[in-house]
Design a protein around this ligand. Structure first.
Ligand code: SOE
Length: 382
């Protein structure tokens, strides 16, 4: 079987997660790796057991490379995705797709012109019970959606000495917590409910208005502590915490909270969706079970189990009930669908995976949330 040859750009936290997931698929072969310097690229390629290390430009000239995964800091997503599409490569890009709507719109249009496969790594959609909740809504098990409560809490930026490129607007964009994790929450929320958010009312807060930037490189999630003289004080104007009221196109309401300074919450996305028939509740830190609430009977607890899930959800389940699946499996399941399309050689009419258009949608919501916080008022989303 001819394996699809892949190049990965960037090896911070998420790049290696992409590589591990791709290696669990039968028809893929990661053969090239890019990093900011040839020395770092070679070092990481040796660490990850990848044959070729190269610069980004060299990667695009490699004729046998069919797909490029963009796993670099946000400010590089637009230029690298555009260059890869223009070089005839299928593209899987990390979220957010770009730094602003103008960039994202251009990428959506270019991808459509080329017909190449384009995907955004909204991997949290691929927790099997998130797919199950979506199918329950489609089959009217929930009834009409009355209300949505969502949260995404982390603590890896809890201390003022916790630092990362995501804190720098020129690398990450004007929003931090909303763009970084709020985008996952809003993508999953609209994916499950099928609703469109039509208005937002946002309120941001920056707990650490100054942070201690390490004068030596420190990786995401490392939480590594240095000596006082190893830091430089940096003013911070991006949000550690944000609350957002939501209005949906069915006239009903919701609310989300995101925080990267919630002690003890490592990477917790939670959703509670109440409908005219049932309520469902799910937590990413216990992803293999969900709670189903009933008014006129006992509540239920559903485990992630292929024999209990709807067929449409079964397709993203690899292990039997009780053999727990987690965060690393979500990328494998997303890439499984993306590489079926790549094997077919073009973007499908109705892709089941998140595309550049979904990336554009999340940036639109993010920009409206930023605008609402700035003006401390409601902002509509056309
Ligand atoms: C850091 O907040 C981060 O790595 C995000 O960038 C990812 O998208 C999320 O899945 C996990 O947390």
């Amino acid at each position: 079987m001819q394996k699809i040859k892949i190049g990965v750009v960037g090896t911070g936290f998420i790049g290696p997660a992409h590589i591990e997931a791709l290696r669990r698929l039968p028809n893929t072969d990661v053969i090239a790796l890019c990093e900011v310097t040839p020395e770092l690229a070679r070092q990481k390629a040796d660490q990850l057991g990848i044959e070729r290390s190269c610069t980004f430009d060299e990667l695009l000239k490699m004729e046998d490379i069919q797909v490029v995964h963009i796993c670099t800091p946000n400010f590089l997503h637009y230029s690298q995705s555009k260059a890869a599409l223009l070089a005839g490569k299928h593209v899987v890009c990390e979220k957010p797709l770009a730094k602003d709507l103008h960039e994202a719109k251009e990428l959506v249009e270019l991808a459509a012109q080329t017909g190449l496969v384009n995907a955004v790594h909204f991997n949290l959609r691929y927790y099997p019970l998130i797919r199950q909740m979506k199918v329950m809504r489609e089959k009217s098990d929930l009834g009409d959606v009355y209300s949505v409560i969502g949260s995404y809490l982390q603590d890896w930026l809890f201390y003022e000495t916790d630092y990362n490129w995501r804190l720098e607007p020129d690398k990450s964009g004007d929003s931090r917590a909303i763009a970084d994790i709020g985008s996952h929450l809003m993508d999953s929320l609209e994916y499950i409910t099928g609703l469109k958010t039509v208005a937002v009312m946002a309120d941001f807060n920056t707990i650490h208005k100054t942070r201690k930037k390490p004068l030596k490189p420190v990786e995401t999630y490392s939480g590594k502590m240095l000596q006082p003289e190893d830091y430089a004080d940096v003013p911070i104007n991006t949000e550690d915490h944000a609350n957002v009221l939501l209005r949906f196109d069915n006239g009903n309401r919701g609310v989300i909270t995101v925080s990267q300074v919630s002690a003890g919450r490592k990477n917790q996305m939670k959703l509670e969706i109440s409908g005219s028939k049932k309520t469902v509740h799910w937590n990413s830190e216990s992803p293999n079970e969900m709670w189903i609430g009933n008014r006129d009977g006992a509540n239920e607890s559903l485990m992630r189990d292929p024999s209990l899930a709807y067929a449409e959800a079964r397709s993203v389940i690899s292990f039997p009930g009780g053999h727990n699946e987690g965060f690393p499996d979500t990328s494998k399941q997303l890439f499984k669908e993306v590489y079926e399309a790549i094997a077919a050689g073009k973007q499908p009419e109705n892709p089941t995976f998140p595309t550049f258009a979904d990336g554009y949608r999340e940036l639109l919501i993010c920009e409206k949330i930023l605008e609402s916080n700035r003006k401390q008022g409601w902002v509509t989303i056309e």
